[in-house]
Ligand binder design. Structure first.
Ligand SMILES: Cc1cc2nc3c(=O)[nH]c(=O)nc-3n(C[C@H](O)[C@H](O)[C@H](O)COP(=O)(O)OP(=O)(O)OC[C@H]3O[C@@H](n4cnc5c(N)ncnc54)[C@H](O)[C@@H]3O)c2cc1C
Length: 417
Protein backbone atom coordinates (compact mmCIF):
# COMPACT_ATOMS: atom_id res chain seq x y z
CA UNK A 1 0.00 0.00 0.00
CA UNK A 2 1.45 3.34 -1.06
CA UNK A 3 0.91 6.25 1.30
CA UNK A 4 -0.29 9.53 -0.21
CA UNK A 5 -2.49 12.54 0.56
CA UNK A 6 -5.19 10.99 -1.60
CA UNK A 7 -5.00 7.74 0.39
CA UNK A 8 -5.39 9.65 3.68
CA UNK A 9 -8.44 11.43 2.26
CA UNK A 10 -9.99 8.23 0.90
CA UNK A 11 -9.39 6.35 4.17
CA UNK A 12 -10.75 9.25 6.19
CA UNK A 13 -13.98 9.19 4.18
CA UNK A 14 -14.39 5.42 4.60
CA UNK A 15 -13.82 5.13 8.36
CA UNK A 16 -10.07 4.30 8.14
CA UNK A 17 -10.94 0.64 7.71
CA UNK A 18 -8.75 0.00 4.67
CA UNK A 19 -5.27 0.47 6.19
CA UNK A 20 -3.18 -2.69 6.02
CA UNK A 21 -0.40 -3.64 8.49
CA UNK A 22 2.86 -1.91 7.57
CA UNK A 23 4.70 -5.25 7.41
CA UNK A 24 3.89 -8.98 7.45
CA UNK A 25 4.48 -11.30 10.40
CA UNK A 26 6.04 -14.35 8.71
CA UNK A 27 7.22 -17.57 10.38
CA UNK A 28 10.96 -18.13 9.93
CA UNK A 29 11.95 -20.32 6.97
CA UNK A 30 14.57 -23.07 7.35
CA UNK A 31 17.07 -21.26 5.14
CA UNK A 32 17.91 -17.77 3.83
CA UNK A 33 20.69 -16.36 1.69
CA UNK A 34 21.31 -13.70 4.32
CA UNK A 35 20.37 -13.45 7.99
CA UNK A 36 20.66 -10.11 9.74
CA UNK A 37 20.78 -10.38 13.53
CA UNK A 38 19.12 -7.31 15.10
CA UNK A 39 16.02 -5.36 14.05
CA UNK A 40 17.25 -1.92 15.08
CA UNK A 41 17.87 0.99 12.73
CA UNK A 42 21.09 -0.47 11.30
CA UNK A 43 19.75 -4.01 10.81
CA UNK A 44 16.58 -2.82 9.10
CA UNK A 45 18.37 -0.34 6.84
CA UNK A 46 20.91 -3.02 5.88
CA UNK A 47 18.10 -5.35 4.82
CA UNK A 48 16.39 -2.53 2.93
CA UNK A 49 19.49 -1.57 0.92
CA UNK A 50 20.40 -5.23 0.26
CA UNK A 51 17.01 -5.54 -1.43
CA UNK A 52 16.89 -2.10 -3.05
CA UNK A 53 20.45 -1.82 -4.35
CA UNK A 54 21.55 -5.44 -4.78
CA UNK A 55 18.33 -7.26 -5.64
CA UNK A 56 18.80 -9.69 -2.73
CA UNK A 57 15.47 -10.52 -1.11
CA UNK A 58 15.86 -14.01 0.40
CA UNK A 59 16.74 -12.29 3.67
CA UNK A 60 15.54 -12.50 7.27
CA UNK A 61 15.98 -9.89 9.97
CA UNK A 62 15.87 -11.65 13.36
CA UNK A 63 14.88 -9.45 16.29
CA UNK A 64 14.76 -10.76 19.84
CA UNK A 65 12.13 -8.24 20.94
CA UNK A 66 10.05 -5.95 18.74
CA UNK A 67 11.23 -3.79 15.84
CA UNK A 68 12.45 -0.44 17.08
CA UNK A 69 12.54 -1.48 20.77
CA UNK A 70 16.30 -0.93 21.07
CA UNK A 71 18.30 2.28 20.90
CA UNK A 72 16.80 3.26 17.55
CA UNK A 73 13.64 4.16 19.46
CA UNK A 74 15.43 5.59 22.52
CA UNK A 75 17.75 8.25 21.18
CA UNK A 76 17.56 12.04 21.21
CA UNK A 77 17.04 12.00 17.40
CA UNK A 78 19.91 14.28 16.38
CA UNK A 79 21.03 13.98 12.75
CA UNK A 80 24.19 15.79 11.61
CA UNK A 81 27.31 15.59 9.44
CA UNK A 82 29.81 17.67 11.41
CA UNK A 83 32.69 15.27 11.88
CA UNK A 84 36.30 16.34 11.65
CA UNK A 85 38.45 13.32 10.86
CA UNK A 86 38.90 11.87 7.41
CA UNK A 87 36.95 8.64 7.23
CA UNK A 88 34.26 9.92 9.56
CA UNK A 89 33.54 13.13 7.64
CA UNK A 90 33.03 11.22 4.33
CA UNK A 91 30.82 8.63 5.97
CA UNK A 92 28.50 11.03 7.81
CA UNK A 93 28.29 13.26 4.75
CA UNK A 94 27.17 10.21 2.73
CA UNK A 95 24.63 9.36 5.44
CA UNK A 96 23.20 12.90 5.55
CA UNK A 97 22.65 12.85 1.79
CA UNK A 98 20.69 9.61 2.17
CA UNK A 99 18.64 11.24 4.95
CA UNK A 100 17.75 14.09 2.63
CA UNK A 101 16.18 11.70 0.11
CA UNK A 102 14.82 9.23 2.67
CA UNK A 103 11.16 10.17 2.94
CA UNK A 104 10.59 10.06 -0.82
CA UNK A 105 12.64 6.88 -1.08
CA UNK A 106 10.73 5.04 1.68
CA UNK A 107 7.35 6.68 0.94
CA UNK A 108 7.26 7.29 4.69
CA UNK A 109 7.17 10.43 6.81
CA UNK A 110 10.17 10.11 9.15
CA UNK A 111 9.75 13.77 10.14
CA UNK A 112 13.29 14.65 9.10
CA UNK A 113 13.62 18.29 10.13
CA UNK A 114 16.76 20.20 9.10
CA UNK A 115 16.29 22.88 11.72
CA UNK A 116 20.01 23.55 12.14
CA UNK A 117 22.46 22.46 14.83
CA UNK A 118 24.55 24.90 16.86
CA UNK A 119 27.61 23.71 18.80
CA UNK A 120 28.49 26.37 21.38
CA UNK A 121 32.06 27.18 22.29
CA UNK A 122 33.28 28.81 25.47
CA UNK A 123 36.98 29.63 25.09
CA UNK A 124 39.49 30.75 22.44
CA UNK A 125 40.87 27.23 22.25
CA UNK A 126 37.44 25.74 21.63
CA UNK A 127 36.77 28.36 18.96
CA UNK A 128 39.99 27.39 17.15
CA UNK A 129 38.96 23.73 17.24
CA UNK A 130 35.52 24.56 15.84
CA UNK A 131 37.03 26.74 13.09
CA UNK A 132 39.11 23.72 12.01
CA UNK A 133 36.09 21.45 12.19
CA UNK A 134 34.00 23.91 10.18
CA UNK A 135 36.68 24.11 7.47
CA UNK A 136 36.80 20.32 7.31
CA UNK A 137 33.03 20.18 6.93
CA UNK A 138 33.08 22.75 4.13
CA UNK A 139 35.93 20.93 2.36
CA UNK A 140 33.82 17.79 2.55
CA UNK A 141 30.98 19.64 0.78
CA UNK A 142 28.81 20.11 3.87
CA UNK A 143 27.76 23.37 5.50
CA UNK A 144 29.23 25.22 8.48
CA UNK A 145 28.92 28.84 9.60
CA UNK A 146 30.95 30.37 12.41
CA UNK A 147 28.80 32.55 14.69
CA UNK A 148 30.19 35.07 17.14
CA UNK A 149 28.50 35.74 20.47
CA UNK A 150 26.03 38.24 18.96
CA UNK A 151 25.25 35.83 16.12
CA UNK A 152 24.35 33.17 18.68
CA UNK A 153 22.31 35.66 20.72
CA UNK A 154 20.23 36.49 17.63
CA UNK A 155 19.29 32.83 17.09
CA UNK A 156 19.15 31.66 20.73
CA UNK A 157 18.20 34.74 22.81
CA UNK A 158 17.05 32.63 25.78
CA UNK A 159 20.54 31.30 26.66
CA UNK A 160 22.29 32.69 29.72
CA UNK A 161 24.84 35.04 28.16
CA UNK A 162 25.70 36.64 31.49
CA UNK A 163 27.07 33.54 33.22
CA UNK A 164 30.71 34.05 34.05
CA UNK A 165 31.83 30.45 34.59
CA UNK A 166 31.41 29.26 30.98
CA UNK A 167 30.71 32.41 28.93
CA UNK A 168 29.38 31.79 25.44
CA UNK A 169 32.00 32.91 22.90
CA UNK A 170 30.05 31.81 19.82
CA UNK A 171 28.91 28.71 17.99
CA UNK A 172 29.44 26.56 14.93
CA UNK A 173 26.19 26.52 13.00
CA UNK A 174 25.41 23.48 10.79
CA UNK A 175 22.18 24.44 8.99
CA UNK A 176 21.60 20.97 7.45
CA UNK A 177 21.76 19.31 10.87
CA UNK A 178 18.53 18.62 12.72
CA UNK A 179 16.32 15.80 13.95
CA UNK A 180 14.09 12.96 12.71
CA UNK A 181 11.43 10.94 14.48
CA UNK A 182 13.42 7.90 15.64
CA UNK A 183 10.82 5.13 15.69
CA UNK A 184 9.37 6.28 12.37
CA UNK A 185 12.81 5.65 10.87
CA UNK A 186 12.69 2.04 12.08
CA UNK A 187 9.10 1.64 10.83
CA UNK A 188 9.87 3.23 7.46
CA UNK A 189 12.84 0.94 6.80
CA UNK A 190 10.88 -2.08 8.10
CA UNK A 191 8.01 -1.37 5.74
CA UNK A 192 10.38 -0.72 2.83
CA UNK A 193 12.28 -3.98 3.41
CA UNK A 194 9.07 -5.98 3.86
CA UNK A 195 7.62 -4.61 0.62
CA UNK A 196 10.71 -5.92 -1.18
CA UNK A 197 10.23 -9.41 0.26
CA UNK A 198 12.48 -9.38 3.35
CA UNK A 199 11.11 -11.46 6.28
CA UNK A 200 11.08 -9.44 9.51
CA UNK A 201 10.89 -11.93 12.38
CA UNK A 202 10.21 -10.53 15.83
CA UNK A 203 10.47 -12.33 19.18
CA UNK A 204 13.26 -14.42 17.71
CA UNK A 205 16.47 -14.28 19.74
CA UNK A 206 19.67 -15.60 18.23
CA UNK A 207 21.28 -17.91 20.78
CA UNK A 208 24.12 -19.38 18.72
CA UNK A 209 26.07 -18.96 15.50
CA UNK A 210 26.83 -22.13 13.52
CA UNK A 211 30.28 -22.37 11.96
CA UNK A 212 31.75 -25.29 10.01
CA UNK A 213 35.22 -25.36 8.44
CA UNK A 214 35.76 -21.63 9.09
CA UNK A 215 32.46 -20.68 7.35
CA UNK A 216 29.23 -19.52 8.87
CA UNK A 217 26.37 -21.92 8.11
CA UNK A 218 23.47 -20.47 10.06
CA UNK A 219 22.15 -19.46 13.47
CA UNK A 220 20.37 -21.06 16.41
CA UNK A 221 17.34 -19.10 17.62
CA UNK A 222 14.53 -19.34 20.14
CA UNK A 223 12.36 -20.22 17.13
CA UNK A 224 14.61 -22.99 15.80
CA UNK A 225 17.72 -23.32 13.67
CA UNK A 226 18.00 -21.23 10.49
CA UNK A 227 20.58 -21.95 7.80
CA UNK A 228 22.21 -19.01 6.02
CA UNK A 229 25.02 -18.39 3.54
CA UNK A 230 25.83 -15.03 5.11
CA UNK A 231 25.13 -13.59 8.55
CA UNK A 232 25.42 -9.96 9.67
CA UNK A 233 25.74 -9.07 13.36
CA UNK A 234 24.00 -5.70 13.82
CA UNK A 235 22.99 -5.70 17.49
CA UNK A 236 24.50 -2.42 18.77
CA UNK A 237 24.73 -2.64 22.60
CA UNK A 238 24.70 -6.46 22.50
CA UNK A 239 27.54 -6.76 19.97
CA UNK A 240 30.09 -8.31 22.34
CA UNK A 241 27.62 -10.94 23.53
CA UNK A 242 26.51 -11.99 20.04
CA UNK A 243 30.05 -11.95 18.60
CA UNK A 244 31.10 -14.19 21.52
CA UNK A 245 28.71 -16.80 20.07
CA UNK A 246 31.17 -17.00 17.15
CA UNK A 247 34.13 -17.14 19.52
CA UNK A 248 35.10 -13.50 18.94
CA UNK A 249 36.19 -11.02 21.61
CA UNK A 250 35.34 -7.51 20.42
CA UNK A 251 37.01 -4.26 21.54
CA UNK A 252 33.56 -2.98 22.51
CA UNK A 253 32.22 -1.99 25.93
CA UNK A 254 28.50 -1.52 26.56
CA UNK A 255 27.50 1.58 28.54
CA UNK A 256 24.23 3.25 29.56
CA UNK A 257 23.15 6.57 28.09
CA UNK A 258 20.07 8.35 29.43
CA UNK A 259 17.72 10.87 27.83
CA UNK A 260 14.87 13.05 29.08
CA UNK A 261 11.73 14.75 27.79
CA UNK A 262 9.64 17.48 29.40
CA UNK A 263 5.91 18.12 29.19
CA UNK A 264 4.77 19.64 25.89
CA UNK A 265 5.46 23.38 25.62
CA UNK A 266 4.74 26.02 23.01
CA UNK A 267 7.52 26.34 20.42
CA UNK A 268 10.55 27.85 22.12
CA UNK A 269 13.69 26.08 20.82
CA UNK A 270 13.93 26.17 17.03
CA UNK A 271 17.32 24.47 16.66
CA UNK A 272 19.37 21.64 18.09
CA UNK A 273 21.81 23.09 20.63
CA UNK A 274 24.91 21.43 21.97
CA UNK A 275 26.63 22.91 25.00
CA UNK A 276 30.41 22.82 24.66
CA UNK A 277 31.22 22.81 28.38
CA UNK A 278 28.58 20.66 30.02
CA UNK A 279 28.03 18.03 27.33
CA UNK A 280 24.35 18.86 27.23
CA UNK A 281 22.27 18.77 24.04
CA UNK A 282 18.66 19.77 23.52
CA UNK A 283 15.95 20.19 20.88
CA UNK A 284 12.18 20.50 20.96
CA UNK A 285 10.04 17.70 19.56
CA UNK A 286 7.12 18.38 17.22
CA UNK A 287 4.82 17.49 20.15
CA UNK A 288 6.44 20.28 22.16
CA UNK A 289 8.54 18.29 24.63
CA UNK A 290 12.10 19.48 25.26
CA UNK A 291 14.26 16.44 24.48
CA UNK A 292 17.69 16.48 26.08
CA UNK A 293 20.61 14.37 27.23
CA UNK A 294 24.21 14.45 28.39
CA UNK A 295 27.08 12.08 29.14
CA UNK A 296 27.13 8.32 29.57
CA UNK A 297 26.56 7.04 33.08
CA UNK A 298 30.32 6.19 33.09
CA UNK A 299 30.13 2.52 33.98
CA UNK A 300 29.72 -0.51 31.73
CA UNK A 301 26.28 -2.10 31.91
CA UNK A 302 23.57 -3.87 29.90
CA UNK A 303 20.79 -2.15 31.87
CA UNK A 304 18.72 0.03 29.56
CA UNK A 305 18.17 2.54 32.36
CA UNK A 306 20.46 4.84 34.26
CA UNK A 307 21.05 6.30 37.70
CA UNK A 308 20.25 9.52 39.56
CA UNK A 309 23.74 11.13 39.72
CA UNK A 310 23.68 11.54 35.91
CA UNK A 311 20.14 12.94 36.07
CA UNK A 312 21.45 15.59 38.45
CA UNK A 313 24.49 16.27 36.25
CA UNK A 314 22.39 16.73 33.09
CA UNK A 315 19.85 18.94 34.90
CA UNK A 316 22.69 21.07 36.26
CA UNK A 317 24.20 21.54 32.79
CA UNK A 318 20.79 22.49 31.36
CA UNK A 319 20.19 25.02 34.12
CA UNK A 320 23.63 26.59 33.58
CA UNK A 321 22.98 27.08 29.90
CA UNK A 322 19.30 28.07 29.91
CA UNK A 323 17.87 28.75 33.36
CA UNK A 324 14.37 28.91 31.87
CA UNK A 325 14.42 25.12 31.59
CA UNK A 326 13.98 24.93 35.38
CA UNK A 327 10.33 25.89 34.89
CA UNK A 328 9.58 22.85 32.68
CA UNK A 329 8.44 19.60 34.26
CA UNK A 330 10.30 16.48 33.17
CA UNK A 331 7.85 13.89 31.92
CA UNK A 332 10.05 10.83 31.43
CA UNK A 333 13.63 9.63 31.38
CA UNK A 334 14.96 6.40 29.92
CA UNK A 335 18.19 4.74 28.94
CA UNK A 336 19.74 2.72 26.14
CA UNK A 337 22.81 0.51 25.73
CA UNK A 338 25.68 2.03 23.77
CA UNK A 339 28.29 -0.05 21.94
CA UNK A 340 31.37 2.03 22.77
CA UNK A 341 34.51 1.44 20.70
CA UNK A 342 38.00 2.44 21.94
CA UNK A 343 38.38 5.28 19.39
CA UNK A 344 34.73 6.35 19.31
CA UNK A 345 34.34 5.36 15.66
CA UNK A 346 32.36 2.39 14.31
CA UNK A 347 33.21 -0.94 12.70
CA UNK A 348 31.75 -2.11 9.36
CA UNK A 349 33.81 -5.11 8.33
CA UNK A 350 34.12 -8.77 7.51
CA UNK A 351 35.29 -11.10 10.29
CA UNK A 352 37.86 -13.90 10.12
CA UNK A 353 34.93 -16.29 9.69
CA UNK A 354 33.86 -16.61 6.04
CA UNK A 355 30.36 -15.21 5.53
CA UNK A 356 30.15 -13.53 8.96
CA UNK A 357 30.03 -9.71 8.93
CA UNK A 358 30.12 -7.15 11.72
CA UNK A 359 28.47 -3.75 12.13
CA UNK A 360 28.90 -2.10 15.56
CA UNK A 361 30.74 0.49 17.66
CA UNK A 362 28.32 3.33 16.98
CA UNK A 363 28.73 4.75 20.47
CA UNK A 364 26.07 7.39 21.05
CA UNK A 365 26.06 8.70 17.49
CA UNK A 366 24.51 5.81 15.63
CA UNK A 367 21.07 7.21 14.88
CA UNK A 368 22.30 9.72 12.31
CA UNK A 369 24.35 6.88 10.81
CA UNK A 370 21.36 4.59 10.16
CA UNK A 371 21.00 5.27 6.40
CA UNK A 372 24.76 5.39 5.72
CA UNK A 373 25.53 2.34 7.80
CA UNK A 374 22.82 0.18 6.21
CA UNK A 375 23.84 1.36 2.76
CA UNK A 376 27.55 0.63 3.27
CA UNK A 377 27.04 -2.62 5.18
CA UNK A 378 24.67 -3.92 2.48
CA UNK A 379 27.35 -3.07 -0.10
CA UNK A 380 29.95 -5.03 1.88
CA UNK A 381 27.69 -8.05 2.48
CA UNK A 382 26.54 -8.18 -1.16
CA UNK A 383 29.84 -7.55 -2.93
CA UNK A 384 32.52 -8.44 -0.33
CA UNK A 385 34.06 -5.04 -1.04
CA UNK A 386 34.07 -2.04 1.28
CA UNK A 387 31.89 0.88 0.26
CA UNK A 388 34.21 3.88 -0.35
CA UNK A 389 32.38 5.93 2.31
CA UNK A 390 33.04 3.31 5.02
CA UNK A 391 36.44 2.08 3.91
CA UNK A 392 38.17 3.12 7.13
CA UNK A 393 35.85 1.29 9.53
CA UNK A 394 38.08 -1.79 9.82
CA UNK A 395 38.07 -4.07 12.85
CA UNK A 396 41.83 -4.71 12.74
CA UNK A 397 42.68 -1.07 13.50
CA UNK A 398 42.30 -1.92 17.19
CA UNK A 399 44.89 -4.70 16.88
CA UNK A 400 47.39 -2.87 14.66
CA UNK A 401 46.77 0.71 15.84
CA UNK A 402 46.81 1.76 12.19
CA UNK A 403 43.83 3.87 11.03
CA UNK A 404 42.37 4.75 14.45
CA UNK A 405 39.83 7.60 14.26
CA UNK A 406 39.81 9.24 17.68
CA UNK A 407 37.35 12.05 16.90
CA UNK A 408 37.15 13.25 20.53
CA UNK A 409 40.89 13.09 21.15
CA UNK A 410 40.31 11.21 24.40
CA UNK A 411 42.49 8.17 23.82
CA UNK A 412 41.40 4.60 24.20
CA UNK A 413 39.02 4.99 27.14
CA UNK A 414 35.64 3.74 25.88
CA UNK A 415 33.48 5.78 28.24
CA UNK A 416 35.05 9.11 27.26
CA UNK A 417 34.08 8.92 23.58
C1 LIG B 1 19.53 7.98 25.14
C2 LIG B 1 20.17 7.88 23.81
C3 LIG B 1 20.37 9.02 23.04
C4 LIG B 1 20.97 8.94 21.78
N1 LIG B 1 21.02 10.05 21.00
C5 LIG B 1 21.49 9.97 19.73
C6 LIG B 1 21.40 11.10 18.87
O1 LIG B 1 20.85 12.15 19.24
N2 LIG B 1 21.92 10.99 17.61
C7 LIG B 1 22.50 9.85 17.18
O2 LIG B 1 22.99 9.82 16.05
N3 LIG B 1 22.55 8.73 17.96
C8 LIG B 1 22.04 8.76 19.22
N4 LIG B 1 22.05 7.64 20.02
C9 LIG B 1 22.70 6.41 19.53
C10 LIG B 1 21.84 5.58 18.62
O3 LIG B 1 20.53 5.49 19.09
C11 LIG B 1 22.46 4.17 18.49
O4 LIG B 1 23.84 4.29 18.15
C12 LIG B 1 21.81 3.33 17.39
O5 LIG B 1 20.41 3.38 17.49
C13 LIG B 1 22.31 1.90 17.50
O6 LIG B 1 21.99 1.12 16.37
P1 LIG B 1 20.59 0.33 16.18
O7 LIG B 1 19.52 1.31 15.90
O8 LIG B 1 20.78 -0.70 15.16
O9 LIG B 1 20.43 -0.29 17.64
P2 LIG B 1 19.19 -1.00 18.33
O10 LIG B 1 17.94 -0.30 18.04
O11 LIG B 1 19.58 -1.20 19.76
O12 LIG B 1 19.14 -2.39 17.56
C14 LIG B 1 19.81 -3.57 17.92
C15 LIG B 1 18.77 -4.65 18.00
O13 LIG B 1 19.39 -5.92 18.16
C16 LIG B 1 18.53 -6.72 18.91
N5 LIG B 1 19.27 -7.88 19.45
C17 LIG B 1 20.25 -7.86 20.39
N6 LIG B 1 20.67 -9.10 20.63
C18 LIG B 1 19.97 -9.92 19.81
C19 LIG B 1 19.94 -11.33 19.61
N7 LIG B 1 20.76 -12.15 20.29
N8 LIG B 1 19.07 -11.84 18.70
C20 LIG B 1 18.23 -11.02 17.99
N9 LIG B 1 18.21 -9.69 18.17
C21 LIG B 1 19.07 -9.15 19.06
C22 LIG B 1 18.02 -5.78 19.99
O14 LIG B 1 16.84 -6.26 20.60
C23 LIG B 1 17.84 -4.49 19.21
O15 LIG B 1 16.51 -4.29 18.77
C24 LIG B 1 21.44 7.69 21.29
C25 LIG B 1 21.23 6.53 22.05
C26 LIG B 1 20.58 6.62 23.29
C27 LIG B 1 20.32 5.37 24.09
Amino acid sequence: MRYSGLQVLAQGLTGNRGWRPAWRDPAPKDEYDIVIIGGGGHGLSTAYYLARDHGLTNIAVLEKGYLGGGSVGRNTTIVRANYFLEGNSQFYSHSLKLWEALEADLNYNVMHSQRGLINLFHSDGQRDAFVRRGNMMINQGDDAILLDREGVRKLLPYLDFEQTRFPIYGGLYHPRGGTARHDAVAWGYARGADRRGVDLIQNCEVTGIDIAGGRVTGVQTTRGAIRAKKVGIVVAGRSSQVAAMAGMRLPIESHVLQAFVTEGLKPVIDHVISYGMGHFYISQSDKGGLVFGGDLDFYASYAARGNLPMVEHVAEAGMTLMPMIGKARTLRSWGGIMDMSPDGSPIIDRTHIEGLYLNCGWCYGGFKAVPGSGNCFAHLMATDRHHPAAERYRLDRFATGYGLMDEEGTGSQHNLH
